[in-house]
Design a protein around this ligand. Structure first.
Ligand SMILES: [Fe+2]
Length: 358
């Protein structure tokens, strides 16, 4: 009845769990002594097979698990709808350890599923998955989102959290406007803060990678205004962080598909003013420990002040994905003390190892 294992996305201070059913069904989640239903003002939803829940972190982390209830709908009608017996699926959930946290980062899989799953298996057991954009090739239909749920479900089994950021290819196609309904969002926005154990961070979204009037988009995007609204969000986050006296000793990440601190060649040389401001706000206010990116289809490590850093990188940056035709690679990241031990893997095995000082 479940199409994939649940995806447990870290959004805000809690988790956004997404469940996909094979057919029409009502879905609920029980955890921490509470029942969460997928409903619209008291009406159980069944028209979409994608069901989304916001669950407070302390409930699922406290119980170290959750139970998904699925009630198949045989016939929905105004009176005497017919449903089947509710079926329960139990999932255990492992909160992040305090240190020696093992993460796998992947982006740019462009519809591939088996290769990124194998690449992650070649890193070994993980505590947190990061999917950083361009996981499907485009968003032509909502079924394209299945690539995301499938990779997430197969790697996490619904038992560990996942951090998700949108990539530029995700903006392309007729279902792109439904992205925030089917995938993690915070109040409809694809940029948001997240927390999982002692890791917290910002998922940012550069939108498309060329100007809005580029003929490839056929007048379908308005990313400049979107980025301006996102600047307001980053300003707030930077101010809150700068004012915060209760700073913990965990890890702060910025997860963003496009490595926006670099000036690309035309037609990709966009939004210098906005990206310089984002970099400055992060550097002076949010003060992240590590920035994780994809988009370039090749690995890269950049430190503030390097030649590649055009707009003021706030911290070390890892472009942690590789895509060369059929070969898909990601980056294992072991956070330990003030160091990130990076292990690059693809579906054939380990391809590189190095350390980033945080
Ligand atoms: Fe991309």
């Amino acid at each position: 009845m479940l199409k994939f294992a649940p995806s447990v996305f870290a959004v805000g201070d809690g988790y956004q769990i997404i469940i996909n059913t094979e057919g029409e069904a009502f879905v609920d989640i029980k955890t921490g002594g509470r029942l969460f239903t997928d409903d619209s003002n008291g009406i159980l939803r069944s028209a979409s097979s994608c069901h989304k829940f916001n669950i407070p972190a302390e409930l699922i982390e406290g119980e170290k698990g959750y139970t998904v209830g699925v009630t198949p709908v045989t016939e929905r009608k105004a009176y005497f709808s017919v449903t089947e017996k509710r079926i329960e699926y139990r999932y255990s959930f492992a909160p992040l350890p305090d240190d020696n946290i093992r993460i796998y980062h992947i982006a740019d899989t462009h519809n591939r599923v088996d290769e990124p799953v194998r690449a992650c298996e070649n890193y070994g057991k993980i505590d947190l998955l990061i999917l950083n954009g361009d996981i499907p090739e485009d968003s032509e239909t909502v079924s394209n989102f299945d690539t995301i749920y499938d990779i997430c479900g197969r790697i996490t089994g619904g038992g560990i959290p996942c951090v998700f950021a949108r990539g530029n290819h995700d903006l392309r196609g007729r279902a792109a406007e439904f992205h925030s309904m089917y995938l993690p969002d915070c109040g409809g926005c694809s940029y948001y803060g997240f927390r999982a154990g002692r890791i917290r961070g910002l998922c940012l979204d550069c939108g498309e990678d060329k100007t809005d009037d580029h003929p490839e988009y056929g007048n379908t995007v308005t990313c400049h205004g979107f980025r301006e609204r996102e600047t307001e969000f980053i300003r707030r986050e930077a101010r809150n962080e700068a004012d915060s006296s209760a700073r913990d000793s965990g890890y702060k990440l910025v997860v963003v598909h496009v490595p926006f601190i670099h000036r690309y060649h035309p037609p990709f040389d966009i939004e210098e003013d906005i990206y310089r401001e984002w970099a400055a706000l992060l550097k002076d206010g949010y003060k992240p420990d590590l920035m994780l990116c994809g988009h370039e289809h090749g690995y890269r490590t950049v430190y503030p002040g390097d030649d590649y850093d055009d707009y003021g990188l706030p911290c070390p940056m890892l472009v942690g994905s590789y895509n060369n035709g059929g070969v898909i690679g990601g980056a294992g990241i072991l956070l330990s003390g003030r160091s990130a031990e990076i292990t690059l893997t693809d579906s054939t095995g380990i391809t590189g190892k190095f350390e980033i000082k945080l």
